[in-house]
Design a protein around this ligand. Structure first.
Ligand SMILES: [Zn+2]
Length: 317
């Protein structure tokens, strides 16, 4: 007698400020959700918080837990090697969590998890070679090659955040200028929005930012949808730099789809059209290749958590 396939898995996305948990069935349906603030000081606190979230959302037939982490994850051991937003260093998180939960645990980089969700069931589902970037606090990247996540020798592949897209751009914590993560992330949109609002305080953008009812990045999107000139220019600039980065990734990996995720994608073509134009300009020999679509991610801000659950389900089979 064969055992029935696993019913579902729990996916966890550890963000800079919040941890999201979802229970996901094999078809990608989210059956339960929970979230808590991210404890950043010690690995033990993080394990306790994740355990609490798993207890909240798990079901009777939950087969495992997938955890997306905001940093470098050792693909062999599942240990966290480094995460810029967490105050502790290297930690054997997969082992600690498996012991605490009594369930199989998979850990991976959060953008890898998001890329897996989009490849399996989202914008990349009709493709075998997909590249995803997410514009958030920083910039995340995941690459699927021939149906498998590209992890490299250690699990640290596809780190696109420090690829230089604007040599005259803002300084980065790594000591260089114009890295993708500081030049064209969600945080960059917020920064440019605040600068624009300070320079011209009577515009729609300035009004939305100074009212303070939404994050500055969201205010830029809303103002752009309301035809605000400065907001449109910001999205055009961020889109152009994003397309420049995507062209570098396409030259390296030759994907058949490029997927852009994160909050700013709610601006739609206001962001993606300049990205497509710059992508074509910077791609090597575009006229000699089949067109590569640049698409918005389907799973939005839940892609990391859903993908982590799908990685756990794949392992449980
Ligand atoms: Zn950098």
């Amino acid at each position: 007698m064969t055992s029935p396939p696993p019913a579902d898995a729990v996916g966890i996305d550890v963000g800079a400020t919040k941890i999201a948990a979802v229970r996901v069935t094999a078809d990608g349906t989210v059956a339960a959700r929970a979230r808590r603030a991210t404890p950043r000081r010690t690995a033990d606190e993080l394990v306790t918080t994740i355990s609490g979230l798993v207890a909240q959302v798990r079901g009777e037939r939950t087969a495992g837990v997938g955890v997306g982490l905001p940093g470098m994850v050792d693909a062999r051991t599942g240990a966290l090697a480094f995460a810029p937003g967490l105050e502790f260093g290297r930690a054997p998180l997969r082992a600690l969590l498996a012991e605490a939960l009594g369930l199989p645990v998979v850990t991976d980089n959060d953008a890898n998890a998001a890329a897996w969700a989009e490849y399996r069931l989202g914008a990349g589902r009709a493709h075998d070679h997909a590249v995803l970037v997410t514009l958030g606090t920083g910039l995340g990247c995941g690459v699927v090659v021939a149906g498998r996540l590209l992890r490299g020798a250690h699990g640290f592949a596809a780190e696109a955040s420090h690829l230089i897209v604007d040599p005259q751009g803002p300084p980065c914590e790594c000591g260089k200028r114009g890295c993708w993560g500081v030049s064209a992330s969600g945080a960059a949109i917020a920064r440019l929005g605040q600068q624009a609002a300070a320079a011209r305080p009577t515009t729609l953008l300035a009004h939305l930012i100074h009212r303070g009812t939404r994050a500055a990045g969201e205010a830029v999107t809303e103002a752009a949808l309301g035809d605000d000139e400065q907001a449109l220019a910001i999205l055009d600039r961020i889109g152009t730099l994003t397309g420049t980065g995507l062209a570098a990734l396409a030259n390296l990996f030759d994907p058949d789809v490029l997927i852009v995720g994160g909050g700013p994608v709610s601006a739609g073509d206001l962001l993606l059209e300049p990205a497509r134009a710059a992508f074509t300009r910077h791609l090597y020999s575009p006229a000699d290749r089949p067109p590569v679509p640049v698409l918005p991610a389907r799973f939005g801000s839940e892609a990391g958590a859903v993908g982590a659950a799908l990685l756990a389900l794949a392992q449980a089979r």
